[in-house]
Design a protein around this ligand. Structure first.
Ligand SMILES: [Zn+2]
Length: 209
Protein backbone atom coordinates (compact mmCIF):
# COMPACT_ATOMS: atom_id res chain seq x y z
CA UNK A 1 0.00 0.00 0.00
CA UNK A 2 1.63 3.24 -1.14
CA UNK A 3 1.08 6.31 1.01
CA UNK A 4 1.90 9.94 0.33
CA UNK A 5 1.89 13.06 2.49
CA UNK A 6 -0.93 15.36 1.60
CA UNK A 7 -2.01 18.77 2.90
CA UNK A 8 -5.48 18.74 4.36
CA UNK A 9 -7.25 21.97 5.24
CA UNK A 10 -9.38 21.37 8.31
CA UNK A 11 -13.04 22.01 7.50
CA UNK A 12 -13.67 23.04 11.09
CA UNK A 13 -10.83 25.33 12.30
CA UNK A 14 -9.12 26.04 8.96
CA UNK A 15 -5.69 24.73 9.99
CA UNK A 16 -3.71 23.00 7.27
CA UNK A 17 -2.04 19.79 8.35
CA UNK A 18 -0.25 16.93 6.70
CA UNK A 19 -1.77 13.50 6.62
CA UNK A 20 -0.74 10.18 5.17
CA UNK A 21 -3.19 9.35 2.42
CA UNK A 22 -3.30 6.21 0.36
CA UNK A 23 -1.94 7.04 -3.08
CA UNK A 24 -2.34 3.77 -4.84
CA UNK A 25 -3.34 0.45 -3.69
CA UNK A 26 -3.65 -2.91 -5.24
CA UNK A 27 -6.69 -4.50 -3.72
CA UNK A 28 -6.77 -8.17 -4.68
CA UNK A 29 -10.13 -8.80 -3.10
CA UNK A 30 -12.75 -7.33 -0.76
CA UNK A 31 -16.05 -8.48 0.67
CA UNK A 32 -19.18 -7.73 -1.35
CA UNK A 33 -19.84 -4.48 0.53
CA UNK A 34 -16.28 -3.27 -0.14
CA UNK A 35 -14.94 -4.19 3.29
CA UNK A 36 -11.19 -4.96 3.21
CA UNK A 37 -10.13 -8.55 3.87
CA UNK A 38 -7.95 -7.48 6.76
CA UNK A 39 -9.32 -5.39 9.63
CA UNK A 40 -6.02 -3.46 9.57
CA UNK A 41 -7.05 -2.02 6.19
CA UNK A 42 -10.30 -0.47 7.42
CA UNK A 43 -9.86 3.18 6.38
CA UNK A 44 -8.49 5.65 8.92
CA UNK A 45 -10.05 9.05 9.45
CA UNK A 46 -7.92 12.18 9.02
CA UNK A 47 -7.93 13.94 12.36
CA UNK A 48 -6.97 17.60 12.67
CA UNK A 49 -4.20 18.00 15.29
CA UNK A 50 -5.67 21.36 16.36
CA UNK A 51 -9.41 20.82 16.90
CA UNK A 52 -9.68 17.02 16.25
CA UNK A 53 -12.26 17.36 13.49
CA UNK A 54 -12.30 14.03 11.62
CA UNK A 55 -12.37 14.17 7.84
CA UNK A 56 -12.98 11.24 5.52
CA UNK A 57 -11.12 12.80 2.59
CA UNK A 58 -9.16 15.89 1.65
CA UNK A 59 -12.05 17.80 0.11
CA UNK A 60 -15.06 19.79 1.31
CA UNK A 61 -15.88 23.30 2.44
CA UNK A 62 -16.25 24.69 5.91
CA UNK A 63 -18.68 22.81 8.14
CA UNK A 64 -21.63 24.66 9.67
CA UNK A 65 -21.83 26.22 13.14
CA UNK A 66 -23.81 23.30 14.61
CA UNK A 67 -21.21 20.77 13.51
CA UNK A 68 -18.44 23.01 14.88
CA UNK A 69 -20.08 23.12 18.28
CA UNK A 70 -20.38 19.30 18.24
CA UNK A 71 -16.62 19.04 17.53
CA UNK A 72 -15.89 21.42 20.41
CA UNK A 73 -18.03 19.38 22.82
CA UNK A 74 -16.73 17.07 25.56
CA UNK A 75 -18.35 13.90 24.22
CA UNK A 76 -16.87 14.35 20.75
CA UNK A 77 -13.41 15.12 22.17
CA UNK A 78 -13.55 12.08 24.48
CA UNK A 79 -14.43 9.74 21.60
CA UNK A 80 -12.09 11.15 18.94
CA UNK A 81 -9.03 10.90 21.19
CA UNK A 82 -9.82 7.28 22.12
CA UNK A 83 -7.60 4.38 21.05
CA UNK A 84 -10.65 2.57 19.73
CA UNK A 85 -11.47 2.68 16.03
CA UNK A 86 -15.16 2.34 16.94
CA UNK A 87 -15.02 5.41 19.20
CA UNK A 88 -13.27 7.55 16.61
CA UNK A 89 -15.86 6.61 13.98
CA UNK A 90 -18.64 7.34 16.49
CA UNK A 91 -17.21 10.83 16.98
CA UNK A 92 -16.95 11.34 13.21
CA UNK A 93 -20.60 10.34 12.86
CA UNK A 94 -21.61 13.03 15.38
CA UNK A 95 -20.24 15.77 13.10
CA UNK A 96 -21.00 14.08 9.75
CA UNK A 97 -22.74 15.91 6.94
CA UNK A 98 -24.83 14.19 4.29
CA UNK A 99 -21.82 13.71 2.01
CA UNK A 100 -19.73 11.89 4.59
CA UNK A 101 -22.45 10.08 6.56
CA UNK A 102 -22.56 7.03 4.31
CA UNK A 103 -18.81 6.55 4.32
CA UNK A 104 -18.63 6.95 8.11
CA UNK A 105 -21.50 4.53 8.75
CA UNK A 106 -19.73 1.98 6.55
CA UNK A 107 -16.45 2.44 8.44
CA UNK A 108 -18.26 2.27 11.80
CA UNK A 109 -20.06 -0.94 10.81
CA UNK A 110 -16.76 -2.59 9.80
CA UNK A 111 -15.09 -1.33 12.99
CA UNK A 112 -17.84 -2.92 15.09
CA UNK A 113 -17.38 -6.20 13.19
CA UNK A 114 -13.63 -6.03 13.77
CA UNK A 115 -14.29 -5.49 17.48
CA UNK A 116 -16.65 -8.50 17.54
CA UNK A 117 -19.77 -6.44 18.34
CA UNK A 118 -22.16 -7.99 15.82
CA UNK A 119 -25.26 -6.42 17.33
CA UNK A 120 -23.95 -2.86 17.00
CA UNK A 121 -22.62 -3.71 13.52
CA UNK A 122 -26.13 -4.81 12.47
CA UNK A 123 -27.73 -1.66 13.90
CA UNK A 124 -25.21 0.46 12.01
CA UNK A 125 -25.76 -1.52 8.81
CA UNK A 126 -29.50 -0.90 9.15
CA UNK A 127 -28.85 2.82 9.47
CA UNK A 128 -26.54 2.69 6.45
CA UNK A 129 -29.23 0.87 4.42
CA UNK A 130 -31.68 3.65 5.27
CA UNK A 131 -29.28 6.31 3.99
CA UNK A 132 -28.63 4.32 0.78
CA UNK A 133 -32.39 3.87 0.30
CA UNK A 134 -32.75 7.65 0.57
CA UNK A 135 -30.08 8.15 -2.10
CA UNK A 136 -31.79 5.59 -4.34
CA UNK A 137 -35.07 7.49 -3.89
CA UNK A 138 -33.55 10.71 -5.23
CA UNK A 139 -31.11 9.28 -7.82
CA UNK A 140 -31.40 5.53 -8.48
CA UNK A 141 -28.06 3.90 -9.32
CA UNK A 142 -27.58 0.17 -9.87
CA UNK A 143 -24.47 0.08 -7.64
CA UNK A 144 -26.44 1.62 -4.79
CA UNK A 145 -29.36 -0.76 -5.30
CA UNK A 146 -27.00 -3.75 -5.17
CA UNK A 147 -25.30 -2.37 -2.05
CA UNK A 148 -28.73 -1.93 -0.45
CA UNK A 149 -29.53 -5.57 -1.31
CA UNK A 150 -26.22 -6.64 0.22
CA UNK A 151 -27.08 -4.74 3.44
CA UNK A 152 -30.53 -6.35 3.59
CA UNK A 153 -29.11 -9.81 2.92
CA UNK A 154 -26.52 -9.44 5.69
CA UNK A 155 -29.32 -8.33 8.02
CA UNK A 156 -31.30 -11.47 7.12
CA UNK A 157 -34.03 -9.37 5.46
CA UNK A 158 -34.37 -11.81 2.56
CA UNK A 159 -37.90 -10.78 1.50
CA UNK A 160 -36.86 -7.12 1.14
CA UNK A 161 -33.62 -8.11 -0.62
CA UNK A 162 -35.52 -10.40 -3.01
CA UNK A 163 -38.17 -7.80 -3.83
CA UNK A 164 -35.51 -5.19 -4.51
CA UNK A 165 -33.69 -7.58 -6.86
CA UNK A 166 -37.00 -8.36 -8.58
CA UNK A 167 -37.61 -4.63 -9.13
CA UNK A 168 -34.45 -4.38 -11.27
CA UNK A 169 -34.75 -7.75 -13.02
CA UNK A 170 -35.84 -6.31 -16.39
CA UNK A 171 -33.02 -3.77 -16.39
CA UNK A 172 -30.55 -6.49 -15.40
CA UNK A 173 -31.63 -8.78 -18.26
CA UNK A 174 -30.30 -6.11 -20.62
CA UNK A 175 -26.96 -6.18 -18.82
CA UNK A 176 -26.52 -9.93 -19.19
CA UNK A 177 -22.85 -10.78 -19.68
CA UNK A 178 -21.71 -7.67 -17.81
CA UNK A 179 -19.97 -7.92 -14.46
CA UNK A 180 -22.86 -6.12 -12.75
CA UNK A 181 -25.18 -8.87 -13.91
CA UNK A 182 -22.93 -11.43 -12.26
CA UNK A 183 -23.10 -9.55 -8.96
CA UNK A 184 -26.87 -9.36 -9.35
CA UNK A 185 -27.28 -13.09 -9.97
CA UNK A 186 -24.80 -14.00 -7.22
CA UNK A 187 -26.75 -11.85 -4.72
CA UNK A 188 -30.00 -13.43 -5.95
CA UNK A 189 -28.61 -16.93 -5.37
CA UNK A 190 -27.44 -16.01 -1.84
CA UNK A 191 -30.85 -14.49 -1.05
CA UNK A 192 -32.67 -17.60 -2.36
CA UNK A 193 -30.66 -19.87 -0.12
CA UNK A 194 -31.06 -17.56 2.89
CA UNK A 195 -27.34 -16.91 3.25
CA UNK A 196 -26.54 -13.87 5.44
CA UNK A 197 -22.79 -14.55 5.76
CA UNK A 198 -20.12 -12.28 4.30
CA UNK A 199 -18.87 -13.29 0.86
CA UNK A 200 -15.92 -12.25 -1.25
CA UNK A 201 -16.00 -10.29 -4.49
CA UNK A 202 -13.73 -12.97 -5.96
CA UNK A 203 -16.60 -15.45 -5.67
CA UNK A 204 -18.62 -13.42 -8.18
CA UNK A 205 -16.81 -14.20 -11.48
CA UNK A 206 -16.69 -17.87 -10.55
CA UNK A 207 -20.43 -17.96 -10.01
CA UNK A 208 -22.44 -19.30 -12.93
CA UNK A 209 -26.15 -18.64 -13.15
ZN1 LIG B 1 -9.18 21.66 12.91
Amino acid sequence: MKKIEKDIKCRCCGKTYQAQVIASRFIPDTYLDGKPLSDRDIPELYICPECHYAAVDAVGGEIDADAKSVVGGDEYQRLITSDSHVDRYKAALMSADENSERYILQGLCWSYEAAGDDKAAAETRRRLAKVIAGDIGTAPKIDDILLYVECMRRLGEFAEAGETLESISEEMEKAKGDYVYKIYSFEAALVRRGDSEQHLSSEVPAYED
